[in-house]
Design a protein around this ligand. Structure first.
Ligand code: HAM
Length: 430
């Protein structure tokens, strides 16, 4: 019989191993604590939604929807997609669950996997993870400033303070059409240098040429008019007010008039969090977000403004300070020296674990030396030895692997769980 071939994960999909999940836990824990102080509650959303939700929200002509969605027909012929982002889902949930009926305000945050069929490379995966937050029902500049301050404080807290905030204003339904026309004129004048995709974009959605990744198009687009020069008075005022509030709280930012986002729903404030630190390379956007005042209406709801952001957890883990210590090994490993000692060893491990102590238990059948080697390799502080003498005495020998001190037949196997746990803790601290 031939040996079955191993099965690898799908391209762009990866395993996150304990060293990394430990860092993620710290990042997510800090987010839960801090987002709470800004009034956000956590929402858990489906990973699968109707494709139409993203087509409408993110935009038919965006790369995300046009090229990168994992979309397929379900058995009942519904077109569904693995979510490429969560803002659309939050707004859907906000409408569907009637959150919109109160004072229209909601603050929701989420943590979870997103899916985009991009070309995988370091820091870019087809399944990646975001920590995001959405604020519904607020159109005042204070909301923008609050959100940006939250991001800044959070990045500082998790040791990613070196990441920069890039800020822009993209205009709104009033001034955007003016800008769109200026871009169309510019693009038409440079048609020969633009890729076929951009030719199509110029007809359907000229703003998308700003997001084209083809080098030739990028060179041309660098000279294109910027949104800021076409802002109407209310948009310019809004932007100035956001900036004044950020200045007041000393939140550093850099106005980047060329900043565009890969999603269509943004109006007015748009931003990105960029890290130049080692590790990320070309994929240097740690997060992004902005305002989406028309989105709720676009998804069939009333005219409710909104804004939000998402941080890429995979990338954030690469730039944030690692947690202080390496993951701890078990407090103790229990070593049965013979088969008869396996059941008492298991009993002891269960009682210690029930008391909340991290302990391991090894199978019998190896020499004491080999078993002690295993315990050291697992970075345990104590080795609990159960051999024939220990079984006869009803007391285990405990070796402190840090000091190499042996306490022969010292641990009373008949003691109560709390007594056992206390004894072990004291011994480990000794
Ligand atoms: P986004 O800029 O598309 O925005 O994604 C936010 C972040 O997710 C990026 O800055 C990046 O760190 C991470 N990310 C995106 N794609 C990948 C990938 N293929 N691999 C690894 N990380 C990735 C949004 O998704 C918006 N929904 C943000 C938002 C919320 N806007 C308003 N509210």
């Amino acid at each position: 019989m031939s040996k079955p071939a191993p099965i690898a994960a799908i391209r762009g999909f990866r395993d996150v191993l304990p060293d990394e999940t430990r860092r993620w836990e710290a990042l997510v824990g800090a987010a839960r604590a801090m987002f709470g102080t800004y009034g956000f509650g956590e929402i858990e959303l489906p990973v699968l939604e109707r494709s139409e939700l993203f087509a409408r929200a993110v935009g038919e002509t965006t790369d995300i929807v046009e090229k990168e969605m994992f979309a397929f027909r379900d058995r009942d012929d519904t077109s569904v997609a693995l979510r490429p982002e969560a803002t659309a889902g939050v707004v859907r949930a906000y409408l569907q669950n009637g959150l919109v009926h109160d004072d229209r305000q909601a603050r929701l945050f989420y943590v979870g996997p997103m899916f985009r069929r991009e070309r995988p490379q370091r820091g870019r995966y087809r399944q990646f993870h975001q920590i995001g937050a959405e604020m519904l029902g607020r159109e005042d500049p204070l909301a923008d400033a609050e959100l940006l301050l939250l991001i800044r404080r959070y990045l500082d807290r998790v040791g990613a303070g070196g990441a920069r905030l890039e800020l822009n204003s993209l205009g709104d339904a009033t001034c955007r059409p003016v800008y769109r026309e200026r871009l169309r004129e510019f693009g038409t004048a440079h048609l020969a240098g633009l890729c076929p995709d951009c030719h199509r974009r110029l007809e359907r959605n000229p703003l998308r040429i700003l997001d084209c990744k083809v080098p030739g198009c990028r060179a041309i687009v660098e000279r294109a008019p910027v949104a800021r020069d076409s802002l109407c008075a209310p948009c310019a005022e809004h932007f100035a007010a956001v900036r004044a509030l950020l200045d007041q709280e000393r939140v550093a930012y850099h106005v980047n008039p060329r900043l565009v986002r890969g999603l269509d729903y943004y109006v007015r404030t748009a931003f990105e969090i960029v890290s130049d630190g080692e590790g990320l390379g070309a994929q240097n956007a740690v997060g992004g977000g902005g305002r989406y005042d028309g989105l709720v209406a676009m998804l069939g709801g009333p005219d409710v403004p909104g804004l939000g952001f998402a941080l890429g957890l995979d990338r954030l883990a690469m730039v944030a300070a690692p947690p202080a210590a390496e993951g701890p090994g078990p407090l103790a490993v229990i070593l049965p020296l013979e088969t008869r000692a396996v059941a008492p060893a298991f009993r002891l491990a269960t009682r210690l674990r029930d008391e909340g102590l991290p302990v391991g238990v090894e199978p019998a059948g190896r020499s004491l030396k080999a078993l002690l080697g295993v315990a050291s390799k697992r970075r345990a502080r104590l080795a609990v030895i159960l051999g024939a003498d220990e079984l006869a005495a009803g007391r285990a020998t405990v070796r402190n692997l840090v000091s190499s001190a042996d306490r022969r037949q010292a641990l009373d196997l008949d003691a109560s769980g709390p007594e056992l746990a206390r004894w072990m803790r004291d011994e480990a601290a000794a």
